[in-house]
Write a protein that binds this ligand. Structure first.
Ligand SMILES: [Zn+2]
Length: 128
């Protein structure tokens, strides 16, 4: 199960919402809720804290797609603003929700792979 863990790509396992160590167990217990531990290799997921990272990274592609889509359809078809809002506001929500889980999965997998941890108090060091 975990014999090939060093070769696992954080991108591949993260996009599928899988455990960063074994690539088999589920990383999430809900839509965005991180499980307590891996259901395959028992890796403790308490280290996982992606913070605002996924949301920030999603704003750029979603904002680009939505604004570009609005401008292009406006130039091509001249739809009224109400029609544009009726399309692009739900599209913003749908795209964001579709991208959140894979982005969060990749960030947690990268966090595991690189050993990144949340910062402590200023002046406090964790040299183990
Ligand atoms: Zn695992």
């Amino acid at each position: 199960m975990a014999e090939h863990s060093e070769g696992l790509s954080p991108l591949a396992t993260g996009l599928r919402g899988r455990c960063p160590r074994c690539g088999e167990g589920h990383l999430f217990s809900g839509f965005l809720t991180v499980a307590e531990s891996c259901d395959a290799c028992r890796l403790d997921f308490s280290f996982a804290d992606s913070g605002d990272g996924p949301a920030v990274l999603i704003m750029f592609p979603v904002g680009t797609i939505v604004i570009a889509g609005w401008l292009i359809t406006d130039a091509l078809f001249g739809w009224p603003a109400v029609a544009q809002l009726a399309i692009w506001l739900p599209m913003t929500l749908i795209l964001s929700l579709l991208m959140l889980r894979p982005f969060k999965g990749v960030m947690i997998n990268l966090q595991y792979k690189t050993g990144a941890r949340p910062g402590g108090e200023l002046g406090e060091r964790d040299d183990d």
